[in-house]
Ligand binder design. Structure first.
Ligand SMILES: C[S@@+](CC[C@H](N)C(=O)[O-])C[C@H]1O[C@@H](n2cnc3c(N)ncnc32)[C@H](O)[C@@H]1O
Length: 265
C-alpha cells in the first residue's frame, strides 16, 4: 500500500510532513506523523489544548477504501485477540480505521471505537459489516483528556499503535482515565513499540519530533509501574529492517510489547 500524507498545522504556518509507506506493522508514515502532531510534538512543547483545534490533517492518498491505513495487523496481536475472552462492553481507544475492531466486535456485546480523527472512524463504520453495526458506536475524543464515559463502564479497553508515542509525563494521566472507566473485573490490552531505529540509506539515525523513544527494559519498567494494581502479562516480539518508503526512505526496526492487564488480581 502506498499512501501520501500531508500534515497541515492550521495556525497560519503550514508545515507539510509527507511520507509514503508500504508496511504491515509500521506506524511510521501515517500514524507517527498524525500521532506526534496530535500531541503537539511536531512543533515544540506539548500543550494539550493544541490538540483539537490547531491541527488539521489531510490525507492525500489513493487510499484503499476497505483496507486499513495501518495494514492487516500484527500477527501476534491478532493471535492474542483470538485467544483472549472478549465479552461485554469494550472501548477501542485510538481505534484508527479499525484494523482490529472486528476482532473485538465479533465477541463483544458492544464496542465503542474512539479516535481524535472523525474520518478514520467514519471509515471504520463503513467497513464494518452491517450485521455487526448494531453493537458498534463511534466516538470522537482526545485520549489525553477526560473521556465521556462514566466510571466502571467497560469490561475491556484495547489500545494499539499510540501509547509509545505519548510524552512520558502524559502517559500516567491516560492510564488513570483508562482505569477509571474500566470495571473491577476489566481487562486492558495495549501494544508499545520500543528500541525504534530508523536508519536512512545514507546511514543517518532519524527521529520524529520529540517521541519518547523507549528502550525495552525501560518500557517494561514504566508499564509495570503504571499497571502495578493489575495482573500483567507481557509478550514481546520484534521487527527488523522493514523498509519504509518515505520522502527519504529508511530502514525501520523496533521491538514490540503487547501487554494484557487484568484489573482483578
Ligand atoms: C497508528 S494509528 C493506530 C490505529 C489503531 N489503533 C491500529 O492499531 O490500527 C494511531 C491512531 O491514534 C489516533 N490519535 C492520535 N492522537 C490521538 C489523541 N490525542 N486522541 C485520540 N486518538 C489519537 C490517530 O488519529 C490514529 O488513528
Amino acid at each position: 500500500m502506498f499512501s501520501f500524507v500531508r500534515l497541515e498545522i492550521s495556525n497560519g504556518r503550514k508545515r507539510p510532513l509527507s511520507a509514503k509507506c508500504h508496511s504491515e506493522r509500521s506506524e511510521e508514515s501515517l500514524c507517527t506523523m498524525r500521532s506526534l502532531a496530535s500531541f503537539g510534538m511536531t512543533k515544540g512543547r506539548f500543550r494539550p489544548s493544541m490538540i483539537l483545534n490547531i491541527m488539521k490533517f489531510r490525507l492525500k492518498t489513493k487510499e484503499n477504501k476497505s483496507k486499513s491505513l495501518w495494514g492487516k495487523g500484527d500477527k501476534d496481536t491478532l493471535k492474542l485477540l483470538n485467544k483472549i475472552r472478549i465479552q461485554g462492553k469494550w472501548l477501542n481507544l485510538a481505534a484508527g480505521d479499525g484494523r482490529y475492531n472486528l476482532n473485538l466486535l465479533k465477541n463483544a456485546d458492544l464496542v465503542i471505537a474512539s479516535d481524535i480523527d472523525k474520518r478514520v472512524l467514519n471509515k471504520l463504520w463503513r467497513n464494518t459489516p452491517s450485521k455487526y453495526r448494531s453493537k458498534l458506536q463511534i466516538k470522537v475524543f482526545d485520549l489525553t483528556q477526560k473521556s465521556p464515559f462514566k466510571s466502571d463502564y467497560f469490561d475491556g479497553i484495547f489500545c494499539t499503535g499510540i501509547l509509545h508515542l505519548v510524552p512520558r509525563k502524559i502517559l500516567p494521566k491516560i492510564l488513570r482515565e483508562m482505569n477509571r472507566v474500566l470495571n473491577k473485573n476489566g481487562k486492558i490490552i495495549i501494544d508499545f513499540a520500543t528500541d525504534i531505529k530508523r536508519i536512512s540509506f545514507d546511514g543517518k539515525f532519524i527521529t520524529i519530533g520529540k517521541e519518547p523513544l523507549y528502550k525495552l527494559q525501560e518500557a517494561r519498567k514504566v508499564l509495570r509501574k503504571l499497571f502495578n494494581n493489575y495482573k500483567v502479562k507481557i509478550y514481546e516480539s520484534a521487527v527488523k529492517d522493514e523498509i519504509v518508503q518515505a520522502a527519504n526512505s529508511y530502514k525501520f526496526s523496533f521491538k514490540f510489547i503487547i501487554l494484557v492487564a487484568d484489573k482483578n488480581k
